[in-house]
Design a binder for this molecule. Structure first.
Ligand SMILES: Nc1ncnc2c1ncn2[C@@H]1O[C@H](COP(=O)(O)OP(=O)(O)O)[C@@H](O)[C@H]1O
Ligand SMILES: [Mg+2]
Length: 311
């Protein structure tokens, strides 16, 4: 049985359809990714799963039980790292963690132990006595993550936890996700950064405009664009004649030109090198280098929606 089963969620705000029928399953022990651009409906989906808002339609089953009918069972086993950081700036990191611990019913020695435990995980021990207003974005984010871990949840939901923070904190957070998962925690991770989702997630659902447009492992998703290839060619110069000759190759889908670098997208072109060299040979242009790009989720998204993930 899936740990979490999301069934046909729908939610609108006035005339905005934020979520238009979302379904997916999260298995115990996996890092499940929701990948989509800003406005795709990730946070709305997360808020419904976390029982913060009610859907217009659909349900979420936690261990087979509706979280809308009986939210308690999920709530005590769930940690949520919301997209918007919510901390008390004039309190220290330690005091913030203590406050969140109290919300979970943790007090006394146990609370102290748990604060130590999570400070170790988020790597912030030496800064706990400083006021949060003195923290960098990355530090605040780490406290936010720590707050979600105090009660040792079985399921952790993280909503774009690396947006707007320094690379060091970002890497630390990504490693923390993998480490928590290795110790058995199930994680739902949302992001609009395809590299993060590729790096972390066992299975991924790609979202756009309130819908899931494709789901699978990274490799299964890449299969969607099998046959599509992107090739970067650097020339000594680029002329209209050259571009016309490349455009003329019938399996070339798209040509992007940045100065002397031309990126072409093709499908099923086994003869591409031969064809390119032949066409270029008919001009006075020389090839400096040719680079075949590895397919990634960005291209899957582009293929499915016709737009870039980061517009
Ligand atoms: N509280 C709200 N009131 C009105 N519109 C909202 C609200 N929350 C989200 N939306 C809209 O719903 C859509 C989905 O938003 P959201 O779930 O935040 O997407 P994401 O997290 O993928 O960026 C967006 O068009 C957003 O503007
Ligand atoms: Mg969001």
């Amino acid at each position: 049985m899936a740990l979490l089963k999301v069934i046909d969620l729908k939610k609108h705000y006035k005339n905005i359809k934020a979520v238009g029928g979302i379904s997916f399953e999260v298995k115990r022990g996996e890092v499940f990714g929701l990948l989509g651009p800003n406005g795709a409906g990730k946070s709305t989906t997360i808020s419904i799963i976390s029982t913060l808002i009610a859907p217009d339609y659909g349900d979420v089953l936690y261990k087979g039980e509706s979280v809308i009918k009986s939210p308690k069972n999920l709530q005590k086993n769930l940690g949520v790292v919301p997209q918007e950081i919510a901390l008390y700036p004039t309190l220290t990191g330690y005091e913030n963690l203590r406050f969140f611990g109290n919300i979970y019913g943790l007090t006394g020695r146990l609370l102290k132990q748990r604060i130590e435990e999570v400070s170790e995980i988020i790597g912030i021990k030496d800064r706990l006595k400083d006021k949060v207003e003195k923290y960098s974005g990355g530090m605040k984010r780490r406290i936010n993550i720590g707050a979600a871990l105090l009660h040792r949840p079985e399921l952790l939901i993280m909503d774009e936890p690396t947006v707007g923070i320094d690379p060091q904190s970002r890497n630390h957070i990504l490693d923390t996700v993998l480490e928590l998962n290795r110790k058995g925690m199930t994680i739902i991770y949302t992001s609009h950064y395809m590299e993060e989702v590729e790096y972390l997630c066992t299975r991924i659902s790609i979202m756009d405009k309130g819908k899931i447009i494709e789901s699978g492992t990274r490799d299964e998703l890449i299969e969607v664009i099998k046959g599509n290839k992107r090739i970067e060619i650097r020339f000594d110069k680029v002329s209209d004649e050259l571009i016309e000759k490349i455009r003329d190759i019938n399996y070339v889908n798209k040509i992007e030109i940045i100065e002397n670098e031309v990126t072409i997208t093709i499908n099923n072109g086994d003869e591409i090198f031969k064809d390119i060299i032949e066409r270029v040979g008919e001009t006075d242009v020389s090839i400096l280098s040719i680079d075949v790009k590895k397919p990634n989720l960005e291209e899957v998204f582009l293929h499915l929606t016709g737009k870039a993930l980061r517009d």
